[in-house]
Design a protein around this ligand. Structure first.
Ligand code: PA5
Length: 407
């Protein structure tokens, strides 16, 4: 495993952690039992559907051959995982541009995307498990006529539309039958924010030139390693205990710029899985060292509501030496490491408990491990907190109000 958590600087004792091991063991048994709803993601990288993977790769290869641009329409779990992977990972030369739409309702962003669609040979991939999400429906309805105009007819446009949705239910599945779009399935037992290892994440990743088999291999390595004594259990327990000790916010300190959207994905994963029944650490992410020059002040001297998880990539892919000045001969990575050491020491002095989450290197296999590691950690902490990690009743509230206002 290329991922490890060090909770020594949280101030928690070994005895406190050990006391929760049986509860973690129970949680892992439940996750792996096959009897808990929405836990299909747990075994996904281990019991692979090879036929489906071949189909995903074949469709991705066709898209790469035929198009210059893939526009992915989706929001939440139907957007964030692929976006995080595409921003973080190396790609081969066959990959094409992937642009996302439907993840916001900004008219100006729509306009820019529509111009790109008009200019470039485009395939549209609409992703929605429910098929009914307002942001996604809005984007799809805006783009469809532009595709029809560009490609000459509904039939020609439909050949360039791929839908990823529930196998049977929802408006999008009905449209697949009506217009003959190509389609892939979001498994019914995998929720949006846990769906990166399904066609939802894999198809856009493959089109961008990411090796999806390496990604799944990494996830499987973590799955095979996730015993009760693994250090992800320590991290999950620490998160539970730190909240019990009064911390209310978990800051993910991202010490690598390519992890920015992973931070966004983590906010969704942890926030939507744990923030319920008045419980859960509020997840937020900061990019270091950029945000040390802004939010660093609040962390150091503001209200002490934080626990901090530093996401550290140990081996940069290249080495850059500083050619002059007082740090001459050191590398940029040396300065980054000194920054991380400085953060640990200063924030500890301010009373912030710190977990170090080490990512050996930012390659695709390690990223697969990391995703599975974080999903499992999140599910375990939620279960220790006594909440269901796989529902999101609170998200419905704004949707109901939005529909009421539109009606
Ligand atoms: O994690 C979740 O379930 C949500 O964030 C969904 O992914 C999000 O609301 C989008 O839903 P859908 O895929 O049904 O359009």
């Amino acid at each position: 495993m290329n991922i490890s958590a060090n909770i020594e600087k949280t101030g928690l004792t070994k005895e406190q952690i050990e006391a929760y091991r049986p509860a973690v063991s129970d949680a892992l048994d439940r996750l792996w039992s096959g009897n808990e709803p929405m836990t299909g993601w747990v075994t996904l990288p281990v019991n692979r559907n090879q036929e489906e993977l071949n189909t995903i790769q074949e469709i991705a290869d066709i898209i790469k051959d035929e198009a210059e641009l893939l526009v992915v329409i989706g929001i939440g779990g139907s957007y964030m995982g692929a976006k995080a992977a595409i921003e973080a990972l190396p790609k081969d030369a066959s990959g094409i541009e992937v642009r996302f739409l439907g993840n916001n309702l900004c008219t100006d962003y729509y306009w820019e995307t529509l111009q790109e669609i008009k200019e470039k040979n485009t395939i549209l991939c609409v992703i929605s498990k429910s098929g009914n999400t307002m942001e996604v429906r809005t984007a799809f309805e805006v783009v469809k006529p532009i595709m029809v105009e560009k490609y000459g007819s509904v039939a020609e446009a439909s050949k360039r539309i791929l839908a990823i949705t529930d196998e049977e239910t929802g408006t999008l599945r009905a449209e697949v039958s009506e217009y003959g779009y190509s389609s892939l399935v979001v498994p019914s037992d995998v929720g949006g924010r846990y769906s990166i290892g399904t066609p939802v994440g894999l198809l856009p990743m493959a089109v961008s030139g990411i090796d999806i088999i390496a990604f799944l291999d990494g996830a499987r390595e973590c799955a095979n390693d996730a015993g009760w004594d693994h250090d992800l259990a320590d991290y999950a327990i620490a998160r539970h205990l730190l909240e019990k000790e009064g911390k209310s916010v978990e800051v993910f300190g991202l010490c690598h710029s390519r992890l920015f959207y992973l931070g966004e994905w983590m906010k969704q994963l942890f926030g939507e899985s744990e923030g319920k029944e008045g419980k859960g650490l509020m997840p937020t992410s900061l990019t270091y060292s950029t945000d040390l020059h802004s939010m660093g002040q609040y962390l150091q001297e503001g209200r002490q509501i934080f626990t901090e998880t530093l996401m550290v990539v140990d081996e940069p892919s290249v080495s850059i030496e500083i050619p002059g000045g007082p740090q001459k001969g050191k590398t940029v990575a040396d300065i980054n490491n000194a920054m991380i050491g400085g953060v640990i020491s200063a924030h500890r002095q301010a009373g912030i408990p710190i977990t170090e989450l080490h990512i050996q290197k930012l390659d695709t296999r390690t990223f697969g491990q990391l995703i599975y590691y974080l999903e499992t950690t999140c599910a375990i902490t939620a279960m220790l907190n006594g909440v269901d990690p796989f529902n999101q009743p609170g998200v419905e509230a704004y949707k109901k109000e939005m529909h009421r206002l539109l009606d």
